[in-house]
Design a protein around this ligand. Structure first.
Ligand code: SF4
Ligand code: SF4
Length: 152
């Protein structure tokens, strides 16, 4: 189920140029209604429920109705970010609460190195190999393109 905004809670990120949910959505789905100062998901069918907007919203105004294999039927899942951890609160339909706290990455914004210390195979963006291949496959050579196979 896609994300949705609880309009009573959303304050439009207090009129900042780009709201937190707009900044974080990898699919550019969140938009701000400038008249109402409320955000909304402009194309729910395209939402892949990554929870990024849910986690970043400073006032917990975004929710995702999780699928039953992940969230028990009728329950809600609410994350609360701290500087070094995230607290997930599960509220079951009978009112029972459960909380789980997980550490989060503390790399300063804009400083993350995509590959960090992991080997990347090669730096060719058109290469069919994935990060860590071929080493991650425990082979000497990763997958090769068909045209190369034909000339081998
Ligand atoms: S991040 Fe939260 S408060 Fe800010 S615009 Fe989005 S839904 Fe509203
Ligand atoms: S759940 Fe992910 S894909 Fe969906 S609107 Fe939020 S940030 Fe975008």
């Amino acid at each position: 189920m896609p994300s949705f905004v609880i309009t009573e809670k959303c304050d439009g990120c207090k009129a900042l140029d780009k709201t937190a949910c707009q900044y974080i959505c990898p699919n550019d789905l969140m938009v701000l209604n400038q008249d109402l100062m409320k955000a909304y998901n402009q194309d729910p069918d395209m939402c892949w429920e990554c929870y990024s907007c849910v986690k970043i919203c400073p006032v917990q105004a975004v929710e995702v109705r999780g699928y039953a294999d992940f969230v028990p039927m009728g329950a809600s899942v609410t994350p609360l970010r701290a500087t070094d951890s995230i607290m997930w609160t599960l509220k079951f339909r009978n009112g029972m609460l459960k909380r789980f706290k997980f550490p989060i990455r503390t790399t300063e914004e804009g400083k993350a190195q995509p590959f960090d210390h992991f080997p990347t195979g090669d730096d060719d963006l058109k290469s069919p190999t994935l990060m860590c291949e071929p080493a991650g496959l425990n082979t000497e050579r990763g997958p090769v393109k068909m045209d190369k196979v034909l000339t081998l």
